[in-house]
Design a binder for this molecule. Sequence first.
Ligand code: ARG
Length: 415
Amino acid sequence: MDNSHRALNVSSEIGKLKTVLLHRPGKELENLMPDYLDRLLFDDIPYLKIAQEEHDKFAKILKENGVEVVYLEELAAEAIEDESVRERFVEEFLNEANVLGEGKRRSLKEYFKQFNSRQLIDKVMQGVRKTELPRYKPKTLTDMVDDNYPFLVDPMPNLYFTRDPFATIGTGITLNHMKTETRNRETIFAKYIFENHPRFKGEYIPIWFNRDEKTSLEGGDELILNKKTIAIGISERTEAASIEKFAKNILNSGQTFEQILAFDIPKKRAFMHLDTVFTMVDYDKFTIHPQIEGPLTVYSITKSKEKEDELKIVKEEASLEDILKKYLGLEKVTLIRCANGNNIDAAREQWNDGSNTLAIAPGEVIVYSRNYVTNKILEENGIKIHVMPSSELSRGRGGPRCMSMPLIREDIKNN
Ligand SMILES: NC(=[NH2+])NCCC[C@H](N)C(=O)O
């Protein structure tokens, strides 16, 4: 099937990257406060100016390598150009931002009216401080009681991790239901983009999993190994029930996918998604954090031959190398261990996303400068690396893969 003309087409993790979605970090990072870091999923406060410079370097590397870079904030603004769409967007946004109190809602709507589409998108991403609207008219008890919380609308500091709120799979998407409330709001931008942006509007974009589901699925756990096989993490962020639902949809979709490998990884902050501990960098090469090799259990999921609409689920007993060889039809598999398996260096570099590489072509990846031990091992394994600066962006606990969502990759041969 030739899908090269489609608005979305991703059938591997490593095929030459053609179009990618990024978000340039904005003032939402300047609305981070120590008291709320945990809830907003940050460990520290990045210095915005440098974070933006680092991010621009990331985009530059991509562009220099022939990748079209599109920005979430631009697509979202273009998607809500139409007056009635914008009104719907504001209404839905206020509901999901949990803005209670009729007075607050009315004043916010009034406040938003001064902005054009792009300014409005920037504003809702940044969050609204109470001091921006000092004189809203309290109407209800919720309006009147002052809880001393400094924001009317929380910032969304995790938006620069475009990998997570939705994921391109084949010619469709999973529009994700996020584990946490703070990130669930991010999925509204993708919803409006895929429904209303001219780039996608004329095309049928199948949705393999939707944001109104009750269980969570996040893009960092979704990894397309080849056109037949998808790996998904059962992780701190993604539940087994979501994978079953997704599997039924995708395996019966008529797309090329035939099997799913569910990787059950330890549920902890440092390993929040599969892509923080395991990523594909070439046809037969993978980065891996040595600490998951012991506890890892892999389940294979295929369509049941006996009963239509049922899944066949098998707990795989072989080593990870053998499982990958079997399901990907490879003679040999190389696992490239973070910091070559040294436990101190591996823990440090994995914490700063040493395994979280972004493949821009088979055997060619973008990496963070600070993970120099792992980067050297990648090179020794024949991987070409493009190094980007990483002092500030890394404080959000995500690397080049988390900071990018491929929209189009070239299909790879014999895949
Ligand atoms: N795909 C990823 N590994 N994304 C990393 C996201 C980091 C973000 N601070 C969070 O906790 O959600």
